[in-house]
Design a protein around this ligand. Structure first.
Ligand code: ADP
Length: 414
């Protein structure tokens, strides 16, 4: 299944419902050759932006309608060909696809076959917004290069090691099993990448460390990772559970749903939109960008301050919970847009946790940098770290490892 011996490039595709993000990497050294985004697919105002090997200075943008995913991938292929990196170039070893939901079936990256496509299709009811778009991207890419290994890397895979007592909801077992209701967790590619990098930062093997990872982007999730394996995570059946996010509520009493149905006459779809799109930071104060929220707090804005406090309070509860789950914690690690950039969120999230051995050094925390770094005081019992996430690099790495090992067509089943 492997390409020529010299083929070390991997194209990573992240196909959403109206966009395709892509990145071409050379896995000989992990360098980024090209990257880009096709957005507003299906609209008149579609846009293709492409960054070539020369970097941002050579960035190309073009508008005009891109009617569907097939046209979007064709545009990606054309852009890459202009840089001499077309899909037909012999250096391309594989295409790695981000797939949001792998259910209980996929616990590892998997070479895509017709049977695997059928399984991903079967998981559509669990991820109705994401898996269909991922599938369209895969089918289109396979049509363009049917001979090239294509690998699915699942957002849920890293969390399949969760013990049953962490993955099950305490609801009627028959109902749960009939409808595949359990906690799957998401952002797994990021949690895997960041927990491994954190171990490296501590100079230890992943098997030797226990880590709490806080992935704080627009979507946000926490995970407890023991010796390189996920033992609990905050997202559940869907990415709605857990932390307060940009537009999602995170944890609420499920009775909120039937209360709104009965008392406010809202439909199930209304509540879905409320909790997924009109809640979280945006629901609390009207903004979901942490930079804007901090600016408003500086100006004395009360709703922004309360939104920040609710966000941080939930975060702190999860740090405490996962400390208890792990028993011994070697590192608390912040990542993604908010985690990597907001010193205030990091400081507030660990404030008062000195008794647990968790604290940040104010000067180290204030440093802006894009490399993994420690921000805890020198002799702290628990390291606190900032580790930039890179989901595309992780997808490319997993894809390349699988293809290079020649284990094509294998999935672990379940
Ligand atoms: P996504 O979940 O969309 O991948 P990201 O991980 O890129 O999100 O995070 C986006 C969020 O990161 C923004 O909504 C914003 O709240 C936050 N963010 C980005 N830069 C900063 C910054 N300098 N300071 C504080 N927050 C930031």
């Amino acid at each position: 299944m492997t390409g020529p011996a010299t083929a070390t490039r991997v194209l990573v595709l992240n196909s959403g419902s109206s966009s395709v993000k892509y990145r071409l990497l050379d896995m000989a050294d992990g360098t980024r050759l090209a990257a880009g985004l096709v957005e507003r697919i299906g609209e008149e105002t579609s846009r293709v932006s492409h960054t070539p090997p020369a970097g941002e200075a050579g960035r190309r943008e073009r508008g005009g309608p891109v009617p569907d995913h097939a046209a979007a991938l064709k545009a990606v292929a054309e852009e890459l060909a202009r840089d001499g990196l077309g899909l037909d170039s012999p250096g391309l070893a594989a295409i790695g696809h981000r797939v949001v939901h792998g259910g209980m079936r996929f616990s590892a990256p998997t070479v895509i076959t017709d049977e695997v496509l059928g399984e991903i299709e079967r998981l559509v009811p669990l991820a109705p917004l994401h898996n269909p778009a991922n599938l369209t991207g895969i089918r289109t890419a396979r049509a363009l290069r049917p001979d090239l290994p294509q690998v699915a890397v699942f957002d849920t895979a890293f969390h399949t090691t969760m013990p049953e007592y962490a993955a099950r909801y305490a609801i009627d077992v028959e109902t749960a099993d009939a409808h595949r209701i359990r906690r799957y967790g998401f952002h797994g590619t990021s949690h895997a990448f960041v927990s491994r990098r954190a171990a490296a930062l501590l100079g230890r093997a992943p098997e030797q460390v226990n880590v709490i990872v806080l992935h704080l982007g627009n979507g946000a999730s926490a995970s407890a990772v023991r010796g390189g394996r996920c033992v609990d995570t905050s997202m559940g059946l869907t990415p709605l559970e857990g932390l307060v996010m940009g537009t999602r509520s995170g944890d609420v009493d499920p009775a909120v749903t039937f209360h709104l149905r009965r008392v406010a006459g809202m439909s199930v779809d209304d509540v879905d939109v409320l909790l997924n799109k009109r809640s979280g930071l945006v629901g609390l104060c009207g903004d979901n960008d942490m930079r804007e929220i901090r600016r408003r707090i500086e100006d004395g804005d009360e709703p922004a301050r309360l939104a920040f406090e609710i966000y941080v309070h939930r975060l702190k509860k999860y740090i405490g919970a996962y400390y208890a789950v792990l028993g011994r914690v070697d590192a608390v690690v912040f990542t993604a847009g908010v985690g990597e950039n907001s010193a205030q969120v990091r400081e507030a999230a660990v404030a008062g946790l000195e008794g647990l051995g968790i604290a940040v050094d104010a000067d180290l925390n204030a440093v802006r940098s894009d490399v993994p770094r420690l921000i805890s005081p020198g002799r702290a019992r628990v390291a606190v770290a900032v580790v930039p996430t890179d989901e595309e690099l992780e997808i490319a790495g997993q894809t390349f490892a699988l293809v290079a090992a020649g284990r094509g067509g294998v999935d672990r089943g379940a």
